[in-house]
Design a protein around this ligand. Structure first.
Ligand code: HEC
Length: 167
């Protein structure tokens, strides 16, 4: 995200009503709960870099890719991870067998088309959770839709749908 986007996010958080509640206990398991080890993990797997738009592609495509990889976290749940919990970037959007984000299906163009999606139905599914196969998305994805994508602007939903379905 850009510095400006992070500053905007901070302003929005600071403008929301505080809730009096004790901080929740950490649910992160050993050894990932050891901060010093996390520094090592970051060293191995985290490469700090900003999203770089592809100049060969449209603004809409780049906006969709930015949302799917960045603030919307689609890639984080829909991609397999290695034994140490890091995303396998070569298999981005090929689905995840389970873990904290749940068992998440592939969101590649081929997988989406096979499941009956086109851009319009994908946008609709991200609004209401009903799939073209007459399923209702639940679990972590239900939460993503209820608390997230159902509140997005249409143009952002369309950007993500068109990005995922792009060749
Ligand atoms: C917290 C983890 C998580 C995040 C973040 C997430 N998903 Fe999902 N997604 C899931 C899970 C788990 C399922 C399977 C839900 C089910 O079967 O009820 C799913 C299912 C789906 C499906 C249904 C696919 C099919 O085959 O019918 C679509 C489409 C989808 N997600 C798109 C997205 C998009 C787009 C984003 C980003 C805006 C996103 N998801 C972010 C976990 C996640």
């Amino acid at each position: 995200m850009s510095d400006q986007q992070i500053a905007d996010l901070y302003a929005a958080l600071m403008a929301s009503e505080p809730v009096p509640a004790p901080a929740a206990a950490s649910e992160i398991n050993f050894p990932f709960n050891i901060r010093l080890l996390m520094a090592g993990w970051q060293n191995m797997f985290f490469e700090p870099k900003r999203f770089e738009p592809d100049p060969e592609r449209s603004d809409e495509y780049n906006r969709g890719k930015f949302l799917a990889f960045g603030p919307a976290h689609c890639v984080a749940c829909h991609t397999p991870r290695n034994l140490l919990g890091a995303l396998d970037w070569d298999k981005a959007f090929t689905g995840s067998p389970g873990g904290t984000g749940g068992k998440a299906p592939a969101l590649t163009r081929a997988a989406l088309i096979e499941d009956g999606y086109d851009a319009a139905t994908l946008v609709q599914t991200l609004k209401d959770g009903f799939t073209p196969g007459f399923d209702v998305l639940g679990g972590p994805m239900g939460e993503v839709i209820a608390e997230g994508t159902s509140k997005w602007r249409d143009e952002d939903l369309q950007a993500v749908a068109n990005y995922l379905l792009a060749e």
